[in-house]
Design a protein around this ligand. Sequence first.
Ligand SMILES: [Zn+2]
Length: 230
Amino acid sequence: MKMSSFLFIAVPILLLLSCAKPTSESETKRWDSNQKTLSTLTAKYPNFRGALDIVQAEAAQQWEAALMVTEEEQKIAAMQTANTAAYPEFVRQLDGMENKLEALKSLCTKSTRNAVQTMDKESLRIARNNAQRTLSAMEYLLKNSTANTPVEATVLTNEASKKIKNANSNIQKVLKRISEKARAKKQQEKAKKDEQNAATKSKKPVKCSYCGVKNSPSASKCKGCGAPVK
Ligand SMILES: [Zn+2]
């Protein structure tokens, strides 16, 4: 078995196993990482501090309560609940925002090199300009809009994610159209070449394998010896 296919099977299984059996250790690790994420995000997006503080305080309360539970299974379940509370949807989105913005930026850069035809260049330029406008608008929104509550934060992050996704798929669509056109053109050229090759081949005289006389390619019998021409 190839290493890549081994990993392809083994990694999901390991992930599944690690998800299926939470322990108080794994939940504590998750808690620490969630706390780190919350403080990183607060430093990166101080305008979201209000919403992040509420999430942190509510989750911390649940976490403290979970630690008081004596029965192990119940304790782990309570820890999981606290961890879920510490990483709600808007935190997840905010956490992934930088990657999404970077992906869109690199798509803009990539798309400057791909267009050949003038019409494609133009539609790509429009999609790219839209994407760049979206990028700066969303960067501005994320840095300057105040989210005092999780609800406000959810509205903001949803809007930003949606617009970034749209800009991304618009460029992808144009790029796809361009590459489909390029592929079609290549196929056309190949078909033309094949046709030309076939034409030259059919004009070539056919040498008789018995007497060596050259016959026209359309001949069925040799004009020299009368043998059938292959
Ligand atoms: Zn012949």
